[in-house]
Design a protein around this ligand. Structure first.
Ligand SMILES: NC(=O)c1ccc[n+]([C@@H]2O[C@H](COP(=O)([O-])OP(=O)(O)OC[C@H]3O[C@@H](n4cnc5c(N)ncnc54)[C@H](OP(=O)(O)O)[C@@H]3O)[C@@H](O)[C@H]2O)c1
Length: 224
C-alpha cells in the first residue's frame, strides 16, 4: 500500500514503563523532551492517538511552539465505540487544529452528529477482531482522503502494540528518562508474542540525542 511514513513516539522510564503501578504518568520525561515532542508534531501531517489516551490524559495534541508553527497537524483519534467526550480538549480545540474522529460503523448517527465541527468516519473493526478499528483501513483513509504523507503515533501500549504488530511502524522515536518504575509499572508494549529470539523485532539505531536529563534514541524498523 502507498502509505504515509509512520513514526511511533514513545516516552518512558529507563525500564520502559509508561506509568506507575497506580497509573501516574505525568510527567515521566522532562520539559526539554516535551518541547521536542511539540516540534516533532509540527513536522508531521498527522498526530494519531487512541481513545485510551484521550480518556486517561485528555491531551490537546497540538504543536505548542513559540513562535507558533506555520500549520498544525491533523489530530486523529481511533475510538471504535464512540466514547470521545464532547468536552475533551481534542473536540474543544478544533478552531486551532483539525480533528478526525474514526469510530465504528455500528455507532449511532445521532452520537456522531453531536460532535459537529469534527470530521468523522465510520470504519470496520480490526481484522484480528479483538479490539479496535481496522488499522489498514484507517491508514488508507488518511492516505486517500487526506493525502497524508507523515504520521506520528502518540498512543498508549494497546494501540502502539497494534501498530507494530500490523507492520505499520517505520521509525521509533523513544524518549527515556533516567527513572526506574519497576516491573509493576505499565510496560510500553503489550504482548508481541515473541516466542524465540529469532522472532524479536530488530531495530537499527539512527540517532541519539540528549534533552535535559532524558535521552532520545531513534530507530528504523527492519522489514520482517
Ligand atoms: N508515554 C507515552 O509515550 C504515552 C503516550 C500516550 C499515552 N500514554 C499513556 O498510555 C495510557 C493509555 O494507553 P492505552 O493503551 O490504555 O490506550 P491507547 O493505546 O491510547 O488506546 C487504546 C484504544 O484504542 C482503540 N483502538 C482503536 N483501534 C485500535 C486497534 N486497531 N488496536 C488497538 N486499539 C485500538 C481501542 O479502544 P476501542 O476499541 O474502544 O476503539 C483501544 O482500547 C495512559 O496512561 C497514557 O498516559 C503514554
Amino acid at each position: 500500500m502507498d502509505r504515509p511514513i509512520i513514526t511511533l513516539k514513545l516516552a518512558t522510564s529507563l525500564d520502559a514503563r509508561i506509568a506507575t503501578v497506580t497509573g501516574a504518568s505525568q510527567w515521566i520525561t522532562g520539559p526539554e523532551s516535551r518541547a521536542e515532542v511539540h516540534r516533532m508534531r509540527s513536522t508531521h501531517d498527522v498526530v494519531l492517538t487512541g481513545i485510551g489516551t484521550v480518556l486517561a490524559d485528555d491531551p490537546e495534541l497540538t504543536a505548542r511552539l513559540d513562535p507558533p508553527p506555520a500549520r498544525q497537524p491533523w489530530r486523529v483519534v481511533l475510538d471504535r465505540d464512540g466514547r470521545l467526550p464532547p468536552a475533551s480538549k481534542l473536540v474543544q480545540t478544533t478552531d486551532k487544529a483539525g480533528l478526525i474522529w474514526c469510530t465504528g460503523d455500528h455507532v449511532a448517527a445521532e452520537e456522531v452528529a453531536e460532535l459537529s465541527g469534527v470530521k468523522h468516519h465510520l470504519l470496520g473493526r480490526s481484522q484480528a477482531g479483538t479490539v479496535g478499528l481496522d488499522l489498514n483501513e484507517v491508514v488508507r483513509l488518511l492516505t486517500n482522503t487526506y493525502q497524508i504523507k507523515t504520521l506520528m503515533v502518540e498512543t498508549g501500549p494497546v494501540l502502539a502494540t497494534a501498530f507494530l504488530r500490523a507492520g505499520l511502524v517505520d521509525h521509533i522515536a523513544w524518549f527515556r528518562a533516567p527513572l526506574l518504575l519497576g516491573g509493576d509499572g505499565r510496560p510500553v508494549f503489550e504482548s508481541l508474542n515473541v516466542q524465540d529470539l529469532s522472532q524479536a523485532w530488530v531495530l537499527q539505531q539512527t540517532d541519539h540525542k540528549q534533552f535535559g536529563r532524558d535521552v532520545l534514541d531513534c530507530f528504523d524498523l527492519s522489514p520482517t
